[in-house]
Design a protein around this ligand. Sequence first.
Ligand SMILES: Cc1cc2nc3c(=O)[nH]c(=O)nc-3n(C[C@H](O)[C@H](O)[C@H](O)COP(=O)(O)O)c2cc1C
Length: 208
Amino acid sequence: MEPVKAAIIYYSSTGTVHNLAQAIAEGAEKAGATVRLRKIRELAPPEAIDENAAWRTHVQDTADVTEASLDDLAWADVVLFGTPTRYGNPASQLGAFINTTYPLWSQGALAGKVYSAFTARTTAHGGQESTILALANTFYHWGGVIVAPGYTDPIQFRSGNPYGTSHVSADGPPNDVALAAARHQAHRAVDTAAALKAGRATQETIPR
Ligand SMILES: Cc1cc2nc3c(=O)[nH]c(=O)nc-3n(C[C@H](O)[C@H](O)[C@H](O)COP(=O)(O)O)c2cc1C
C-alpha cells in the first residue's frame, strides 16, 4: 500500500502554531506518512503586520514555506489544521481558505478523510477548546473522520488537552511537552488514516 498522505495546513502570525505544525509534521513522518507542510496565505494588511515586530519577523522567516492550496486537501488522506485562537475561534485567514473549498466539497472530495486540529493562545483558558471545536463543525460538514488525541498516550496527561494539541504562548515557544503531544496527535491521525486506507483497499477487491 502506498504511504498515507498527510497535509499539515496551518496559519500562524508570530510563530507558535508554526512550531507546533513542524512537530506535527515530524510525528506524521515518523508514522510513515508522506507530508506536505503548508502555510495559509497571509491576508492582513502590511500596516497591521508592521505594528507587531514578531509578526513581521515571522512573515519574513517563513517566506519559503509553500502556501496551502485546494490541491493539498484533494491530495491528502489526513489533514491536520493549525490556527491561533482569535477570540475563541480559528483565525480568519484559515476561515478564508476553508471558504474556498466549495468545489471540493460539492464533489464529495473532502469526505472520508481524517481530520484533526491544534491551536495556540495567550492565556491558559483563552479558548483553545472552543477553537478546535469550531473547526470540527467544518469537519462534520465535510463528512470527515475526526481523530482527536484524547488521553491515548501518557503525554496527554501532561499536555492536558484531549481535543487537540494546544500551547499557551505567554509561556514562550512550545515546550517539550507540547511538541511531544503534537507528534503523538499526528502519529495517531496517520495511524487511523492508514487503517482506513488499508480497509478501503480490501473493500475494493470484494465484488459488491
Ligand atoms: C485578534 C486576536 C485575538 C486573539 N484572541 C485570543 C483569545 O481569545 N484567547 C487567547 O488566549 N489569546 C488570543 N489571542 C492571542 C493569540 O491566540 C496568541 O498570541 C497565539 O498563541 C498566537 O499564535 P501564533 O504565534 O502562531 O500566531 C488573540 C490574538 C489576536 C491578534
